[in-house]
Each structure stands twice: as C-alpha cells, then as structure tokens.
Write a protein that binds this ligand. Sequence first.
Ligand code: HEM
Length: 298
Amino acid sequence: MRMSAARSPSTKGNWYNGARFPPGQDNIISQQDEEKHTKRRAQMAEGYAGKTNPTLEPTISMHVQNFIDLLRRNYISSDKEFKPIDMGRKASFLTMDVITDVAFGQPFGNLVNDKDIIANNSHAVKDTDVRQDMLSSFIKDGLDENDVMYESVLQIIAGADTTATAIRSIFLHIMTNPHAYRALQQEIDTAVKDGRVTGEGVIKEPEARELPYLQAVIQEGIRVWPPVTGGLQKLSPPNGDRFTLSSREEVHIPGGVNVGWSSWAMMRDKSTFGVDAEVLRPERWLEGEGTTEGKRGW
Ligand code: HEM
C-alpha cells in the first residue's frame, strides 16, 4: 500500500517491462515514466470508470444472465441427472464476453454458442447508434491508433482472467463451506423478503453493495485465492524508504531497489489475518477495524 499509493515517491520497477504487449510497446500498466503514466491514466480514467457507457450495468447483467441460463440449461437438458460442467471454463467465457462487450462494444460471444441470442440481447440493451464503449472514450480523450491497439490487449488480459479467477475462487470456497454458504443464502433470502432486492433476474449493483455478507464473501474469496500473484515490483526512491515487518521491526530499504511482494504469502499471513488465515471466513471483514497505515505519509 505504501509503495503503490498515488503520491508515493516509489515508481514502477523494470518488472513491468514484462507487461508490454507486444514487447517494447508500453501500455498503462507497463509505463514506468511517471509523467507519461499520469497522462495516460487521465486519458483513460473516464473509459475505465464506465462513465461514458449508460448501459454498462444492463450489459454486464445480460452476460451474467446468459451464464446462469447456460448452467441451468445444461442441468435441465440432462433430464435431471447430474451432469458435470466445467464452471471454471465457463467463468472465463463469461468474463471474456463482459470485457470485450464493454471495451469494444461487441462481445467475443464465447459463452453462448447461439450467437443470435447475444446479438438480440445486445440490441435490447444498446438502443443507440452512438458508441459507448471504453475504446471510443479513449479515442475521444486522445489515444491514437497504436495506443488503442496496445491498450486493448491489456484490457483483455487485465480485465478477464482476474475476474474469472475471482469468480472461480468465490464459488469453490462457498460450495465447499456450508457455514458461509448458508449465511450468504440467508442474507439474500432476507433481503429479497424485505424488498431490499428488487426486480427479476440479476441483482442491481447498488443493491448488492448493501449486502454486507455478500461483500465480505467477495473480499474473502479474493483474499484466499488472489487473482494477481506477480511480483509487481516498485523501485524505491533515491533516498530509500522504510518498511515495517509484521514483527513491527522497521527496516531500511536503500534507494533504487526493486521491491516485490507475494500476494499469496501476504493474504495468508497469520499475523495479519489470524490463525485461521488459510480458511475462508468472510466474517473477518465484518469484524476488522481496518487500517490506513500504508497510505499515511505521502
Ligand atoms: C478481481 C479483479 C481484479 C483484480 C484482483 C485486479 C488486480 C490488479 C492489480 C494487482 C494491479 C496492479 C497494481 C500495481 O501495479 O501495483 C492492477 C492494475 C490494473 N488493472 Fe486490475 N484487477 C482486477 C480487475 C480489473 C479489470 C476488470 C480491469 C479492466 C476492465 C482492470 C484493469 C487494470 C488496469 C488498466 C491496471 C493498471 C493501472 C495502472 O497502472 O495505472 N483490472 N489490477
């Protein structure tokens, strides 16, 4: 948190060269020049925030509904006999369709074999000729043809595999944890009964945000199986930096040193999360008091 904070004097290390697609061509994540990175972020902020896309949520909900329909169809078509389905794979198909639709205005169509379903549904949510996707926002804010090409590869890599891993982890851990499963189901049932979840089909995003246990399940699912495990190395500032170990001992980091971190080790660190750090226990997010320690000082 300290080295990655917005005004931190640490910069991205040359580990980020590996995030260039193709090699030698920078994108928003690989860019180590602070000035260029800040400019690129400003140009892409609107598109990434989804502000130019008034149908962002219905578009995503439509793909989630496709995902649910696909799982149901497979179950029903097997004449009520249990038929295994590779949900991990379907989860990547879902997130690939979502990111390509919101990024480029058209989904790859991986999830549903019958492309007409997607075409018809897409038409229903986007009843306009004006492009509302992320790419059109980037172009409006000054990205040229080459920039757009390199950034679009990153959009797919950054946006699809991360979210698919999160979905897989959350489902796996909920399915195999009766306590968390029941607590989540109960929160949903009560919210529906009380009218805090309205309408048919996929839940609306602002309503989902008001379900604390659901939010804790998402946080905990990502904690217990972090989707990004790369080193994300930052270069310490010329005068060096300090780092507080979990034992509270402070160590000095010399200037110009690449500092990486292991999300796997950190997210399962017992001194941070307690003796049950290895298991999914969403309640820890509802009990914790939080800290801003890492952000302080810049
Ligand atoms: C569960 C989902 C996700 C996780 C866990 C995740 C995680 C991360 C991490 C760890 C970084 C690197 C931060 C650093 O360099 O220190 C990052 C950067 C980035 N992510 Fe994600 N991400 C997720 C979803 C997404 C999605 C859906 C998109 C695109 C639609 C996206 C786009 C980006 C971009 C553009 C950057 C680079 C930002 C910059 O350097 O200015 N991410 N993400």
